[in-house]
Design a protein around this ligand. Structure first.
Ligand code: NAD
Length: 297
């Protein structure tokens, strides 16, 4: 049993902390929201009064916060100054690569161990313990990080040194955003050309257009029963989160001098869709923008 400080018990963190409790760990949880903290208590966590308290009593600290600014603030002001020497700090939030590297450097400089470990998979995967973690840390620390993350995971993959987990996450999600837009565009064109969209699905899913966005997450309702398109595009992976990840990818590309024209287009389209009030719909709902059927959402 390890005492794990868990800071950030929102949509994702709540399920993750509960799975650590189920695995037999002692979880000392903190969130600014009293409602989130009550929920964590109900799932077997001990509630801490502050991020400092959640850190000081822990052997491992995990953060699951909205964005880079939150992680910088919590690690700099609460976690790094209050962690016991040698404590392993793991940030599972999706944040910019620069913030991930900055907090890791500060932690290591203070005699702590650090990893960035963003996740693929949404709220249901967080609750089921089937997230995929992409880990950035030193080689000799990966085994310890993996053993902590395993109760929350279907896969824990070492991406490379500090910041590499975030780099892998934004590259993967940029690819996902582009492939979903391509899939939606193809469905919209098929419809305009008089093709039965379901017949098009059958053909493309067995042809070179096959991709995860089509065959595992079809934006057209019907062929993939588990896809959010069958439930009014509710749940799933929110457009606002896809928009956030595409923005992170573009910022990283600009800093690295990488040309990502398709990623830029994807970011613009998802920003447009979010700006029209569809941020809380699943990202595959962008199909209805392509079809000119936003009123049906
Ligand atoms: P959320 O907004 O539901 O939860 C964040 C929690 O952090 C909130 O409960 C908030 O009160 C808390 N918080 C904020 N500042 C804090 C502070 N200073 N101290 C303590 N608690 C603080 O967000 P989420 O959906 O759980 O996402 C968390 C991270 O995971 C984000 O970076 C997101 O991009 C990423 N992510 C989310 C999903 C998803 O489907 N929701 C999927 C993959 C990755």
């Amino acid at each position: 049993m390890t005492t794990i400080g868990f800071i950030g018990l929102g949509n994702m963190g709540a399920g993750m902390a509960a799975n650590l409790v189920k695995a037999g760990h002692d979880v000392l949880a903190f969130d600014l929201s009293a409602v989130a903290l009550d929920k964590a208590r109900a799932s077997g966590c001990r509630a801490a009064a502050s991020a400092e308290e959640a850190t000081a009593g822990a052997d491992v600290v995990i953060t699951m916060l909205p964005a880079g600014a939150h992680v910088r603030q919590v690690w700099t002001n609460a976690v790094i100054p209050h962690a016991k020497p040698g404590t392993l700090l793991i940030d599972c939030s999706t944040i910019d690569v620069d913030s991930a590297r900055a907090v890791s450097t500060a932690a290591v400089g203070a005699g702590l161990k650090a990893a960035d470990a963003p996740v693929s998979g949404g709220i249901m995967a967080a609750e089921a313990g089937t997230l995929a973690f992409m880990v950035g840390c030193d080689d000799d620390q990966f085994a310890a990080v993996e053993s902590i993350l395993t109760p929350m995971a279907r896969a824990v993959i070492h991406a490379g040194a500090a910041g590499s987990g975030q780099a892998a996450k934004i590259c993967n999600n940029m690819l996902l955003g582009i492939s979903m837009l391509g899939t939606c565009e193809a469905f919209a064109l098929a419809e305009k050309l008089g093709l039965d969209p379901l017949r098009f699905f059958d053909i493309a899913s067995k042809s070179s257009g096959q991709c995860w966005s089509l065959t595992s997450y079809s934006p057209w309702p019907g062929p993939v029963p588990s896809a959010p398109s069958n439930r009014g595009y509710e749940g799933g992976f929110l457009t606002s989160l896809m928009s956030k990840d595409l923005k992170l990818a573009q910022e990283a590309a600009a800093k690295a001098g990488a040309a990502t024209p398709m990623g830029a287009q994807a970011q613009a389209l998802y920003a447009l869709f979010e700006g029209q009030g569809y941020g809380q719909k699943d990202f595959s709902a962008v199909l209805q923008l392509m079809r000119g059927r936003l009123a049906e959402l």
